[in-house]
Design a protein around this ligand. Structure first.
Ligand code: MN
Length: 243
């Protein structure tokens, strides 16, 4: 049997105005295609609307997969890192946050590896006690690069620099051009996480576990780049080597 790589679902909230509760649970197309491309089987995990069920659902679902991808999605609600929402924050979905934080803890407890992408690196950081910039342009005084790129989402726009001894550098090299579709970012790294990639303006673009190989996170979207640049698929292949 092929390895199973699960991903928590997103949920469209503005699909059918005549039946507002009938929205789909879905995962990004290019992420599930990356999972197929590395010879694994993707599995989408829906979150319960009832937040009281998040923990139990996560503890059941963790038995279903070998590795977890946390894909991009809405902003993380600042209540999970001890802040009130500033006016510039985007859409947040607390039910999704609650489930994903429980899922991250269950996955680490089961010693299963995680890849975080965009929102995924952020929710992982929050689950480990770290904080986020709710909005880079408002809160980061050194913000100097367009991280919410105006151009097409699968075009590369800014550079990142990688730490020489990092897992990410072994996968993609010491300097890389990436795409950028985020207005939030990691502010203070959480427990057991270290910064392994930064943009030239200092914005954190990569995090990894310090004392095991369970987590690698990237702020950019390799799932939209591997089709033209096989180096970006290394980030997904690496998840298989960590199972
Ligand atoms: Mn960026």
């Amino acid at each position: 049997m092929k390895p199973i790589i699960a991903m928590p679902s997103d949920a469209l909230v503005e699909v059918n105005p005549r039946m507002p509760s009938d929205y789909p649970a879905y995962a990004p197309h290019d992420v599930k295609e990356a999972v197929f491309a590395i010879g694994a089987t993707p599995l989408i995990l829906p979150f319960p609307d009832n937040m009281a069920e998040a923990q139990a659902a996560a503890e059941e679902m963790v038995n279903l997969y070998d590795a977890l991808i946390l894909p991009g999605g809405p902003d993380v609600a600042p209540q999970y890192f001890g802040e009130e929402p500033i006016p510039e924050i985007g859409i947040t979905v607390s039910q999704k946050d609650e489930f994903e934080i429980a899922l991250i803890k269950a996955t680490l407890a089961a010693n299963k590896p995680i890849l975080g992408i965009c929102r995924g690196i952020q929710i992982m950081n929050v689950a480990m006690g770290g904080t986020l910039y709710q909005d880079l342009a408002t809160q980061d005084p050194d913000y100097a690069i367009q991280h919410t790129q105006a151009t097409i989402g699968n075009f590369v726009t800014h550079h990142i620099n990688l730490e020489a001894d990092s897992r990410l550098a072994k996968l993609v090299g010491m300097k890389l051009l990436v795409n950028s579709r985020h207005h939030q970012a990691v502010r203070k790294p959480g427990k057991g996480l270290r910064v392994t990639a930064t943009a030239p303006d200092g914005v954190i673009e990569g995090l990894e576990s310090t004392d095991n190989n369970l987590f690698v996170g990237v702020q950019w979207h390799p799932e939209n780049l591997w089709q033209k640049d096989p180096v970006q698929l290394n980030i997904f292949k690496d998840l298989l080597t960590r199972i």
